[in-house]
Each structure stands twice: as C-alpha cells, then as structure tokens.
Write a protein that binds this ligand. Structure first.
Ligand code: SDX
Length: 434
C-alpha cells in the first residue's frame, strides 16, 4: 500500500495487479485514518487486527491521547491542568457537553447530580442477594445492570432528554452503589448521600460514616479523591469504553451498557490492575526481592507481569501516573505517614524497571494504576474496592462516549468479521459410524 497524495492510499494486489484507492480521513490532531469501509465490498478481503492495535473504531471529539509524548486531553484540556485546577463534576460537564461550564451552568449541573444520588429504596434488596464476601465488582456488575429494571422512564435511547436523564442518574448513583457494595461487604448499615457535601466528600462519607458517631470528612483526602476521579474519568477507546460502545451499538439501554463496561474494566490487564499492583507489591514484600520479580516479569515462560507497567498507547510516561505519584507524596505527607513501605517499594521498583533494558526497549512505563492503589490504601479504601473506584470515575467517560455514538447519524451496529481457520464444509457422521 502506498500513498498517492495526502488524501488517498493505493492498495495493490501484486498477484492480480488490481489496485484500489482508499480515502484518508484527517483528524484535527494525531494520526489520520485510512478509510477501509469499502474494502470487503471491493476486494473480498477483510483487514486483520485482533487487538485493534492499528484500528480506529469510531470518530470522537472527547479525549485525545498522544502515547509517544505522554499527552492526555479531555476536550482539548491537558489532564494535569484539569487535575490541578478543576474538580470532578466540572470535568464531568466538560466531557458530557464539550465545554467548561460557566458559573450558572456549573451550579445547575452540580445541583442536578447532587439531587440524583439516592437509590430507590427497593434497591437495597439487590445487595442482599449476594454473599457478604462477594467481590464488590461482581456486585457492581449486577446492581448497575439492575438500574434498567427501575428506570423505565428514561430508556428511549433516541430521546435526547432520556439519554441525559440516564446519564445524570448513572453519574450520580455510581458512588452510592459503590459505597453500599462496600458497606454490605463489611456488614455495616448503608449511609445515605448528603446534599451538603461535594461529590468526593459525599462518597467518602457514604463509605466510612456510621450511624454510631459523626464522621468528619478529611479535606485532604476528599481533594485527593476528587483528583483521582478526574484522572480516571475518560481515556479514549480503551477496552471498557469500546465494550460500552459495542453494547450500545445494538440499541441496548445505557444502564446495561455501563454494566458491560464494568465487567470489562474488572480484568487485571485493564482496570483490575490497580488491585493487582497492591497484591504484587505485597508479594514482592521488600526491595531485596525486586530483582527476582523483575526477572520473572521478563521471563516469557512465566505469566507474571509487572502490574501497573506498560500500556497499549503510552510509550512514554502515563501523564496520570505522574500526577498520581505527586498526590501520593502529598497525601501521605498530609496524613503524617512518613514511612509507607509500599510507596518506598513502588518507587524502588519503578527506578529499577526504568533502568532495565527489557522495559526501556519495550517502552514500558508506570501507568495510571501503579500509584493509585497506594493513595487508596492511605485513604482507607480496601484493595477489593480499588477497581470499583475506577468504575465510579470512568462512568462519565463511558456515558459521554455512549452519547456521542448514539448521536452519530452514521453509527451502525458493531459487527466485526474474522479469519476463519476451522474445518471446511463436511457431512454429518452418524453415531454408529464414529
Ligand atoms: C489501563 O487502554 C487504556 O487506555 C487503559 C487505561 C484506561 O485508562 O482505560 O489506561 C487503564 O488498563 C492501564 C493498564 C493497566 N494494566 C496493567 O498495568 C497490567 C500490566 N500491563 C500489561 O498487561 C500490558 O502492558 C498492557 C495490557 C497494559 C498492554 O499490553 P499490550 O499493549 O497488548 O502490549 P503487549 O502485551 O503486546 O506487550 C508488549 C511487550 C511484550 O513483550 P514481547 O512479546 O514484545 O517480548 O511488552 C511486554 C510483553 O510481554 N510487557 C510486559 C508488561 N507489559 C507488556 N512485560 C512485563 N510486565 C508488563 N507489565
């Protein structure tokens, strides 16, 4: 395939001499794309890209990543500026609507979300169907999917008002569901949301308050939580967002689509990595063991990977990891935790890995999950809740991408093809002849 001019690729079949012109679609920034939508009809061939390493699945204006430069933009705004200057609900508005809200827009949005944080009282029954020791992500998959059994008044995906009502409900209710999943797992009573608290303060209050005594939200922790929510809010067409888009392309309701996204996020190669990092650090135990585990990570015969390292897109530092590491030091310092062995271990591991040829050659850097668990642990979040927090934060990204897909007049049901390597047609063999 070669490029005739800035807008056309020529595809030539050397065996037959046939050639086809493939249009190039230009992005506002980042790589252009070769439009292969006509390829099968014209050439009777599919493209083949099982991990979608070279495939653009959609058009989007929401999030841009430059993996080589370590750049992440939400609607054009750099993630470090948003983490430093914005707050989570303002970032939600930005992702949903494309622009930062003015004071009136922000006040109304915050008020609307705040007044949708409660759950239908009958919802509590869902939690009681789970074992107390159920993983909270299993509870999230089930309970979020069940939202579609309660909110029939906002399931018409072709009605913009219904879409926004569902979007607000999901953003508002996810922290309540997450906190209730945690409370259920420890046998404590559910704590209802409070409208006088910010999104992050309210979440911490629902997680850690008890009816027995007043719980005062630590401002340092709620600010760190709010920043972590911003960092996890969206990330282009990652596995769970692609899952939400694919589920939504069939016309499934938004609650079911977000439940599908939660299921995909759970995997240790994706959102489950933050929990896996803490498990790994605890398994490594001391700085003296680091080289043994780095060796295991490099051993092709060993399934062990350095969790929190590497990324499909970032071939430089994940900008979120940098902010997370700074937050680590701030939170631990503010909490007076001068000696956190896990942080010392993580920093030593990062130093050793980044000096190792294997990681340097493959451009494996710490990703968003490498430091997040250490902050979560300092805040008092149990490891089993780490990926749940990721799901709470990412809900706005999932639902913004879902809305963008539904509003795209050219969107079609996602239906990939395959390279078939199975048997050709053959006749049935009766049982007595096998
Ligand atoms: C998230 O996509 C997103 O945007 C996701 C996310 C988001 O915000 O939505 O950023 C969140 O999921 C972050 C990633 C969290 N996952 C982990 O930390 C798990 C550990 N990382 C790896 O599993 C891996 O790096 C992936 C899954 C993240 C990326 O895998 P790729 O892009 O498919 O890369 P690969 O598996 O082909 O690896 C390339 C090479 C291989 O070696 P070779 O075959 O070339 O010899 O690098 C090696 C891999 O073996 N490698 C690692 C490694 N990651 C890749 N070796 C050891 N330890 C690792 N962590």
């Amino acid at each position: 395939m070669n490029q005739k001019n800035s807008n056309i690729f020529i595809l030539t079949n050397n065996a037959t001499g046939d050639s086809w012109e493939l249009p190039v679609l230009e992005g506002s920034v980042g790589p252009d794309v070769i439009d292969v939508r006509r390829l099968y009809a014209d050439t009777d061939h599919f493209t083949y890209d099982p991990g979608f390493t070279s495939t653009g699945s959609c058009k989007s204006k929401i999030t841009y990543i430059d993996g080589d430069e370590g750049v992440l933009l939400y609607r054009g705004y750099p993630i470090d500026q948003l983490a430093d200057k914005s707050d989570y609900l303002e970032t939600c508005y930005l992702l949903l609507y494309g622009e930062l809200p003015n004071p009136e827009e922000k006040s109304k949005f915050v008020n609307d979300i705040t007044h949708h944080t409660m759950l239908h009282e009958q919802f509590n029954a869902f939690f009681h169907g789970f074992r107390r020791d159920a993983h909270p992500m299993a509870v999230m998959c089930g309970v979020v999917g069940a939202l579609s059994a309660f909110y029939h008044d906002s399931l018409d995906i072709n009605d913009p008002h219904h879409r926004m009502v569902s979007s607000y409900r999901l953003i508002a209710k996810m922290p309540t569901i997450a906190a209730q999943a945690f409370k259920y797992s420890i046998g404590q009573p559910f704590i209802q949301p409070r409208n006088d608290l910010s999104f992050a303060e309210n979440f911490l209050h629902m997680m850690f308050a008890t009816p027995a005594e007043e719980y005062k939200v630590n401002k340092t922790l709620s600010k760190a939580m709010d920043r972590i929510l911003i960092l996890h809010a969206d990330h282009e067409q990652n596995a769970s967002t692609s899952t939400v888009r694919l589920a939504g392309s069939s016309g499934a309701n938004p609650f079911a689509c977000i439940a599908a996204g939660i299921a995909s996020l759970w995997g240790p190669a994706h959102g489950g990595a933050n929990e896996a990092v803490l498990t790994m650090l605890n398994e490594i135990g001391t700085v003296d063991n680091i080289n043994k585990y780095v060796k295991k990570a490099k051993d092709k015969d060993d399934p062990f990977r350095l969790m929190g390292f590497g990324h499909r897109v970032y071939k430089n530092f994940d900008p979120r990891a940098k902010v997370m590491q700074q937050s680590c030091h701030e939170v631990l310092g503010e909490l007076g935790i001068t000696n956190e062995p896990l942080l010392d271990l993580a920093m030593a591991l990062e130093k050793i890995a980044l000096e190792d040829e294997y990681f340097v050659e493959r451009k494996l850097y710490p990703n968003v999950d490498f430091y997040s668990g250490i902050i979560f642990k300092a805040i008092g979040i149990p490891e089993s809740m780490f990926t749940v927090l990721f799901a709470v934060a990412r809900t706005v990204g999932w639902i913004s991408q879902w809305n963008e897909m539904i509003e795209d007049p050219t969107q079609k049901i996602g239906r990939p093809r395959q390279l078939y390597l199975g048997e050709d047609v053959r006749d049935y063999i009766p049982l007595d002849k096998r």
